[in-house]
Design a protein. Sequence first.
Length: 125
Amino acid sequence: MVVGKFSLNGKIVDVTGAGSGINLAFAKSAEAQGAKSIIADLRLAEDAQQFVAQTQCNYTVVFVRCDVTRRADLEDLVVQSEKQWGDVSDVYVTGAGAFEPDWSSFWDDTEDDGYKQVEINVNHP
């Protein structure tokens, strides 16, 4: 995969929110083009579980449970990259986002839910 003029071959890529959806597709594409990837999310959808299992024997993709609202979890991505591949990541994709809140009405929204949405969608690095 070439991003602009930069190849991802041999690079280490961290993708938050890659447990499903478009960020999982990015992680799959990066791996297919020779990158090693950390899939960082709270949990994996079934297709993400299959992808991690298929690539596990090649040591090219690992899942790291990560809550992007917790700085310690984000710092652990660096530790896991060094542990797995002996180096820090070259690319960080901050893809985590919450698009479907648990609440369905302005009147039912709790303060904690609102702040959690902001932490995920706006504040996480």
